[in-house]
Design a binder for this molecule. Structure first.
Ligand SMILES: Nc1nc2c(ncn2[C@@H]2O[C@H](COP(=O)(O)OP(=O)(O)OP(=O)(O)O)[C@@H](O)[C@H]2O)c(=O)[nH]1
Ligand SMILES: [Mg+2]
Length: 171
């Protein structure tokens, strides 16, 4: 996983705590990642061979493992990340229900660029005025082909569907 934030390595630290390799990129004043940042971070991901077992073996098998997934979490705003090609197979827009259902209309570029919108933190729906159907309609207005998943990392709802989505053959 490659994590982009202006400051701190909190997110990469959290990902590494799960056992997955993660590199944090800090953009400082920057509001998004770009492809060179991703390339540099990817080269530093500890997936390129088994350095501890075979110190002289520069085996790149794992980087080219067809079953491997690379996640890039761009800087957390709904504007700049939409405009940059990071070499990704797909962009995913994650919208928490605390953000309000009008975000796909207010920030259409991100939702137009995304193949999937995840409506996230659905465990909070009883506590917020978030109209799921309206949010989906707004997203489809800016991107008629967008796919939609509802999920919560707190309750676990939607995680099976998310994994299925990730493992589907690339379009
Ligand atoms: N209720 C609830 N809280 C969640 C859920 N997922 C994450 N959070 C909490 O939301 C807070 C912010 O986490 P996230 O929204 O995941 O942060 P992020 O998307 O990495 O945001 P950035 O700071 O932009 O990187 C943390 O306190 C999380 O514990 C969820 O499904 N439900
Ligand atoms: Mg984050």
């Amino acid at each position: 996983m490659i994590e982009g934030d202006q400051q701190t390595s909190h997110d990469a630290d959290r990902i590494r705590a799960t056992g997955a390799p993660a590199i944090q990129v800090n953009t400082g004043k920057g509001c998004h990642l770009d492809a060179p940042m991703v390339a540099e971070a990817f080269a530093r991901l500890p997936i390129h061979g088994h350095a501890h077992e075979h110190p002289h073996d520069h085996d790149h098998r794992h980087a080219h493992d067809p079953g491997a997934l690379l996640f890039i979490e761009n800087v957390g705003n709904l504007v700049c990340p939409a405009m940059w090609d990071l070499g990704e197979a797909a962009k995913v827009a994650i919208l928490s229900v605390t953000e309000g259902e009008d975000k796909p209309l207010k920030y259409p570029d991100l939702f137009a660029a995304a193949r999937l919108m995840v409506i996230h933190k659905t465990d909070l729906l009883p506590h917020v005025d978030f109209d799921v159907a309206r949010c989906i309609a707004y997203a489809q207005r800016v991107n008629p082909g967008i796919e939609v998943l509802l999920a919560s990392s707190r309750s676990g709802v939607g995680m099976d569907a998310w994994l299925d989505w990730l493992l589907q053959p690339a379009a």
